[in-house]
Ligand binder design. Sequence first.
Ligand SMILES: [Zn+2]
Length: 151
Amino acid sequence: MRIVCPSCQATYEVPEKLLGDAPRKVRCARCGDAWVPTPAPSPPAAPPQPSAAVASPPPPDPPEPEPEPELPPPPPVLAEPPPSVVPRPELKLASPPAPGPGKGLVLLAALAWTASLALLVGGGWAAVAWRTEIMALWAPSRRVFALLGLA
Ligand SMILES: [Zn+2]
């Protein structure tokens, strides 16, 4: 007999002997809906036959597309030579100068400058003051003093 799924209107050809005399629930293979197909004649109730199999036709399982076997990832192509191992100079974050030691350094530098300036001036002064002695002791210095117009 032909039964129709009330849910999705799928039609199934079912051997009547499968359904037997008693109304049996069948399950639609397409939509999963279960219903009791009503055969035309309604015979008197009979004890259910335990041997009756499921009335629904074997659901023709559509062959599921086999998942493509995952290919192992191709080996990485080295488009360019590996980066040479040139040690990069590490970027050091310039920390803001600490106020204390910074000022001290500036002071020290100023002091050093002053000292060297004083030494230079003092040395020059001494050289001028004692140029006679120096020239007497070290002859070549005469030319220097001559150049300076001090000889
Ligand atoms: Zn259905």
